[in-house]
Design a protein around this ligand. Structure first.
Ligand code: FHN
Length: 439
C-alpha cells in the first residue's frame, strides 16, 4: 500500500524537466560524495555585528541602515584565505551570500547601485570569491535571497523591517501602495541571470526563502516566479544543484535537496533515504556576531558532521566573516580542529552514507558506510576504556583497524558478533574511528 501510495504521489507530482532519477543521481554525484561544505554569510549586517536580521529585528529603515553601506570597506578580504581554510577543514564546496535579505549585492549587478562596487570596496566580491574557490579546487555555490528589504518594489510582508506598529493588514496594504511585485519578480530573474551567466560554471544555487503569506505570497500563487527561476537556473547552468526553498513541492524536480536548518543531530534520522543538507552555524547567528558566546564545541561539530553522513546527508557549516573580510579567531580555531580530525578520518565521510540496518552501534556512537568499497566506519564518541568493544551484527567483518593510523585491531567473531581489542588509552582524536572491511 505504501509503495502504491508513493507511486500515486509520484504520478500526481508535476515535472518541470524530463530528467530521470538516475540522471539526477549522476548530476549530484559530486555533491553526495562531498558531504561537507562551507556556508558564508557576509554583508552590510557584518558591520552591525549583531545578527544578519538586524535591519528587521531593530526595525531600521533604509536611511537608518545607510551608515553600513557608507562604512563598508573590507580591507582584509582575501577569499583565497577563506578557500584554503575551508579546504583544509575538509569542505568540498562553498556557498556565499551574493545578496541576503538586506538587499545589498556583493556582485556588480547592473540592476542596482546597492552593491559592493559602489562602496569603498569598489570590488566585485563575488567574482574574487568564485576565482578563489576554483583556484583551490572547491565547487562554487551562490546563496541568493528572494526577500529584499531594500528594493522599492518588494511587496511588503509580515517580516519587513518597518512593519507598522499596529501590524494590521490594512497598514500593510497602505505600505504596499506603489509597490509592484511584478517589477521585483523581473529584478529577481535579471539578477539570477547575471549570477548564472557572468561567473562561469556555478555548481549550487541556494535560493532563500519563499513562503506562503497572506500579503500576496499565497500558497500555490507563484509570486516569486519560482517555476521560471528554476527553469532559468537549469537552462543557464544545466548541471547546477538547487535547494528546496522555492515552495514548489507540487513539482517532483522543483528542488534537488531538502534543507533542515539548525536541527539537532538526533532529528536527522528522519531524512534518511532522501537528498538533504543540514545548514548549521558555529554559533547562534549566520552573520558575524561579535558578542555571541554560544559556540558549538569541537565534539558538537563532529557530531553534526558524522551524524549527517550516518543518515545519508550533507552538512554545510556557516562562517560569518567580519566586516573587514576575515574569519575571526573563534571560527578559525573551530575550523583548525575540524581540519585535524578530517585529515586523519575523512575516508569515513567522503562518499559515505548510512549503513545497512543490521549494523548498529552502542548509543551515542555512529556508523557510516562506503558502499563502493564495502567498508564500515564506527565512530567512537564513547571510547571503551576496558580494552575491547563488542559489535553485534558485524560478524561479516574480515579485517579491522583504526582509520587514523591504519593500525591493526585484533578481532574475533562469535556467530554474528565481532569483538575487537582496543588500546585502553583513547587515541588523540576526539572521536576515534574504526575502519571495518567487509571484503
Ligand atoms: O532568514 C534566513 C537566515 O538569515 C539565514 O540565511 C538562513 C540560512 O539557512 N536562511 C533563512 C532562515 O531560514
Amino acid at each position: 500500500l505504501m509503495l502504491l501510495g508513493t507511486q500515486t504521489l509520484f504520478a500526481q507530482q508535476k515535472q518541470i524537466f524530463a530528467e530521470t532519477p538516475a540522471q539526477q543521481k549522476q548530476r549530484m554525484a559530486w555533491w553526495t560524495d562531498a558531504r561537507f561544505g562551507m556556508f558564508v554569510h557576509w554583508g552590510l549586517y557584518s558591520l552591525a555585528a549583531r545578527h544578519e536580521w538586524v535591519k528587521n529585528y531593530e526595525k531600521l529603515n533604509d536611511q537608518q541602515y545607510q551608515k553600513y553601506f557608507d562604512r563598508f570597506n573590507p580591507d582584509q578580504f582575501d577569499p583565497n584565505a577563506w578557500a584554503k581554510q575551508a579546504k583544509s577543514a575538509g569542505m568540498k564546496y562553498m556557498v556565499l551570500t551574493t545578496k541576503h535579505h538586506e538587499g545589498f549585492c556583493l556582485f556588480d549587478s547592473k540592476y542596482t547601485d546597492y552593491k559592493s562596487t559602489k562602496t569603498a570596496a569598489k570590488r566585485d566580491l563575488v567574482r574574487e570569491y568564485v576565482n578563489a574557490c576554483r583556484n583551490n579546487g572547491l565547487k562554487v555555490g551562490f546563496y541568493y535571497s528572494l526577500l529584499d528589504w531594500h528594493h522599492p518594489d518588494y511587496t511588503v510582508d509580515n517580516i519587513y523591517p518597518t512593519r507598522p506598529a499596529n501590524g494590521s493588514d490594512s497598514a500593510y496594504t497602505r505600505m504596499n501602495v506603489g509597490r509592484d511585485m511584478a517589477k521585483y519578480r523581473a529584478y529577481l530573474k535579471n539578477q539570477i541571470t547575471e549570477l548564472l551567466t557572468n561567473y562561469g560554471k556555478i555548481d549550487v544555487i541556494w535560493m532563500d526563502f519563499s513562503f506562503p503569506n497572506k500579503n500576496g505570497h499565497g500558497k500555490g500563487k507563484d509570486d516569486w516566479g519560482s517555476i521560471e527561476l528554476i527553469k532559468l537556473a537549469r537552462k543557464l547552468q544545466p548541471g547546477i544543484i538547487i535547494n528546496n526553498r522555492l515552495n514548489l513541492e507540487e513539482y517532483r524536480d522543483g528542488a534537488d535537496f531538502e534543507t533542515p536548518e539548525q536541527v539537532k543531530p538526533a532529528e536527522l534520522e528522519k531524512y534518511k533515504g532522501k537528498l538533504w543538507e543540514t545548514c548549521q552555524t558555529f554559533s547562534g547567528s549566520w552573520g558575524y556576531y561579535r558578542d555571541e558566546n554560544s559556540w558549538k564545541t569541537h565534539r558538537q561539530l563532529l557530531d553534526l558532521l558524522i551524524t549527517s553522513v550516518a543518515n545519508g546527508g550533507n552538512l554545510i557549516l556557516n562562517v560569518g566573516p567580519t566586516a573587514r573580510g576575515e574569519f575571526d579567531y573563534r571560527a578559525n580555531r573551530a575550523l583548525d580542529s575540524l581540519a585535524y580530525w578530517m585529515r586523519a578520518n575523512n575516508k569515513a565521510i567522503y562518499g559515505c552514507t548510512y549503513a545497512p540496518d543490521q549494523y548498529k552501534t552502542a548509543a551515542g556512537d555512529r556508523v557510516t558506510y562506503d558502499p563502493l568499497k564495502k567498508i564500515l566506519y564506527v565512530h567512537l564518541f564513547n571510547y571503551p576504556t576496558d580494552g575491547k568493544i563488542g559489535l553485534p551484527g558485524y560478524g561479516k567483518v574480515k579485517y579491522a583497524q583504526f582509520l587514523h593510523d591504519s593500525s591493526e585491531l585484533k578481532m574475533t567473531t562469535s556467530g554474528d558478533e565481532l569483538t575487537l581489542v582496543l588500546p585502553k588509552k583513547k587515541p588523540i582524536y576526539e572521536v576515534p574511528v574504526l575502519q571495518l572491511f567487509l571484503e
